[in-house]
Design a protein around this ligand. Structure first.
Ligand code: GUN
Length: 280
């Protein structure tokens, strides 16, 4: 089975669109999303363009605030403080990576936790890991929704996560613990990645290594979620050798058309959640 992230994301966006129509008729206001983009990173340009396009499509008032690569950190921080105070702005996202001279952590911590649609603020990170209500990072949330399309009850499943980033690996582990999974987080220093993967009921990979996960790494009937987006001479490929793995796995996500569209749909969902909380 190929997990159709594009279609599942479309369904989620459709639901959100209906909710926003309701909000607009009841409250006379719409959710707002402000995205800050610093510099010219080509991948970031595409991601932000899509975030804005899809948010507008479902009725979110979205804007991009662009700064050149050499912008002073203080200007970015002051803009975030202004957006924090603006009632029309439900969610704030600063696209990563940022240039070296800007302190990423300072930027993240300046965003009000209530408007932190990425779920990167330490208050949200802490709440997620203590099992409290929190904003949930968009990519792991998207992966969880895809997993649940295949397997409603994840309790007791052994999940092997490849990659320990703050964006995906670590929050993914927290979300899966909440679902009563047994979670192994692997990374670049893991001794025998293949043998770890061979034990997994579910593999989730986000390391940016083209076709790292081979067919013989995967247990029969495992579920494989591929977060990787790698540019190669043969086009965009994931971290999974799709053709090999699709023959063995019970379900696998394609790249493109798997996790990518879900990340954006979950950003929209987080924005609507922030709006709802601010207006309830
Ligand atoms: N860069 C790559 N992925 C992400 C993401 O989910 N959020 C932000 N802010 N930047 C990113």
């Amino acid at each position: 089975m190929i997990i159709d992230g594009k279609k599942i994301a479309e369904g989620l966006r459709e639901k959100l669109k209906k909710k926003i129509i309701e909000f607009k008729s009841n409250l006379k206001i719409a959710p707002g999303l402000s995205v800050i983009l610093v510099g010219e990173d080509p991948a970031s340009q595409i991601y932000v363009k899509n975030k804005i396009k899809y948010s507008k499509e479902i009725g979110i008032d979205s804007e991009v605030i662009r700064y050149p690569e050499n912008i002073k950190e203080k200007i970015v921080l002051d803009k975030i403080i202004e957006l924090n105070k603006n009632k029309k702005v439900s969610g704030i996202l600063v696209q990563l990576p940022l240039p070296q001279h800007i302190n990423k952590q300072k930027v993240i911590e300046t965003i009000l936790p209530e408007k932190d649609v990425d779920g990167f603020h330490p208050i949200n990170v802490g709440n997620l890991s203590s099992g409290n209500e929190s904003k949930i990072p968009c990519t792991p949330l998207g992966c969880l929704i895809l997993l649940k399309e295949v397997e409603k009850n994840l309790s007791g499943k052994h999940v092997v996560i490849i990659g320990r980033s703050n964006l995906n690996g670590k929050p993914m582990a927290q979300l899966l613990l909440r679902e009563n999974c047994t979670v192994t987080i692997t990374h670049s220093k893991t001794k025998d990645l293949k043998s770890e993967c061979n034990k997994a009921d579910i593999i989730i990979t986000a390391v940016g290594k083209p076709k790292l996960v081979k067919g013989d790494w995967v247990k029969k009937n495992a579920i494989v979620i591929d977060v990787g987006i790698n540019k190669t001479n043969n086009g965009i490929v994931g971290d999974v050798d799709f053709d090999e793995v699709a023959k063995i796995a019970k379900a696998v996500t394609p790249v493109p058309g798997g996790v990518g569209p879900m990340t954006i749909a979950c950003l929209l969902s987080n924005t609507v959640e922030c709006f709802k909380r601010a207006n309830s």
